[in-house]
Design a protein around this ligand. Structure first.
Ligand code: CAA
Length: 390
């Protein structure tokens, strides 16, 4: 049975910072941020968007009534969740009006979480071919003002519907994965910013890629020639390129040119959004599928997922006939174009805004947030969400 991505969408908040201006404000040569790191813009979440609303906004645009009837599992992958106990999936389940006869839960392993969710979903569909699983990957990436990781922040979510006979991409067997207990990036529960050993994280990202790619080749006898493109988790757009280049000399010139050209297409969305952690690999996939109009049904795409801590996985998918009819390229172009630029002062102010933690009530103004689903406030430690269309 073919199982894979039936629908896929992303959502980002309507605010961004220009990386040239951030560099100047931090006394850094702008080319370091735009070329050395490879980021042009960074999405910034206003206080009216959190991981729940970003994910719900990503999902609400793609689900039909029929999908809602068939979804019996909602898996929410995040590393910037809003509650240590209650799953963000349950808020989204309600905001989308999904049926009660469904499981809804949250999972975590840094940026790898959404891949784990997709593989769990695949197993579920193999047992229950008539059902569909909604996978959400949603995060707000925070390293802190003036930190070396600041240039690699971002905010956004992906929503992925996994089903039998998918319209966009089947997910193939085998999948190859690798786990090691390392401290390259982590966020203790008392901290709202991540801790990172930047250079070490870069090295591990690449060495995990080489490990899972090597094992994948051994298990499948495939080579670079079998792939039209390889999509990467993109903490910043230069990172995946470094990993790709580390294996490129295995291929012929034609493979190298094709994979580099497609890497360039796959980084276009991330370059103007930043790191969205769990959703980042799938933002790369969306960038490739929506912006490379030469892809054909039957093309094989490789996917490298990496979550610090760390878990890496390499797997592959096959593009399905008519896939373009189920993408949202024009909507995404509009979403990216209609964003509002923040000055550095405005961004710093938003970065430091917090909700009360003493149980007092706060009502947020949601009029300036164009998103359909917003955080409208908090009362007695309970976040108040609004779907403006309900
Ligand atoms: N013009 C052009 N390029 C320039 C330049 C200039 N004027 N000045 C510097 N550069 C280049 C450097 O040569 C370097 O390029 P290479 O990496 O190709 O050598 C690049 O800009 C970055 O320079 P530095 O290494 O000096 O940058 P840094 O020390 O300030 O930190 C970072 C960079 C480590 C990525 C840091 O931003 C960071 O810690 N980010 C968060 C961690 C991260 O994203 N890790 C990635 C792997 S972990 C992961 O994938 C999980 C996850 O999502 C977090």
């Amino acid at each position: 049975m073919k199982i894979g991505i039936d629908k896929i969408n992303f959502f980002i908040p309507h605010l961004y910072v220009d990386m040239n201006k951030l560099a100047l404000a931090r006394n850094v040569e702008p080319a370091k941020f735009t070329i050395g790191i490879g980021q042009e813009k960074m999405a910034v979440a206003p206080i009216t968007q959190d991981t729940v609303t970003l994910a719900a906004n990503a999902a609400v645009e793609i689900l039909t009534d029929e999908d809602k009837e068939k979804i019996d599992t909602v898996i929410f992958a995040t590393e910037s969740g809003i509650d240590h106990s209650k799953a963000a999936a349950i808020y989204v389940h309600r905001l989308l009006g999904l049926k009660h006869h469904a499981r809804a839960f949250e999972i975590k392993e840094a940026c790898y979480g959404a891949t784990a969710a997709i593989q769990l979903a695949k197993g579920h569909i193999a047992l229950h071919p008539d059902s569909k699983v909604l996978v959400l990957g949603s995060d707000i990436s925070r390293y802190g003002l003036h930190s070396s990781g600041e240039v690699t922040q971002g905010a956004g979510a992906v929503a992925i519907l996994i089903s039998a006979n998918p319209k966009i991409m089947t997910i193939e067997e085998p999948s190859v994965f690798h786990t090691e207990d390392i401290m390259d990036f982590w966020r203790p529960i008392y901290s709202d910013v991540a801790y990172v050993d930047g250079k070490f994280s870069n090295e591990k990202y690449i060495s995990f890629f080489q490990t899972v790619w090597g094992q994948f080749k051994a298990e499948t006898d495939m080579t670079l020639a079998d792939f039209e493109a390889i999509c990467f988790h993109m903490p910043y757009t230069k990172m995946g390129l470094k990993a790709l280049k580390s294996v490129l000399d295995e291929g012929y010139n034609s493979d190298q040119e094709r994979l580099l050209a497609n890497y360039d297409v796959s980084k276009q969305y991330s370059k103007v959004v930043g790191n969205i952690y769990t959703g980042s690999l799938y933002l790369s996939l969306l960038s490739l599928l929506e912006l490379n109009t030469d892809l054909d049904a039957g093309d094989r795409i490789g996917l490298y997922s990496y979550g610090s801590g760390a878990v890496g996985e390499f797997f592959s998918g096959i593009i399905q006939p008519g896939y373009r009819d189920f993408l949202q390229a024009e909507k995404h172009e509009k979403l990216l174009k209609e964003r509002k630029e923040l000055s550095i002062e405005e961004y710093e102010k938003i970065f430091q805004e917090t909700l009360p933690t003493d149980g007092s009530a706060l009502t947020l103004s949601i009029d300036e947030d164009p998103a359909d689903i917003c955080l409208a406030g908090i009362d007695r430690h309970m976040r108040q969400y609004i779907n403006k269309n309900l």
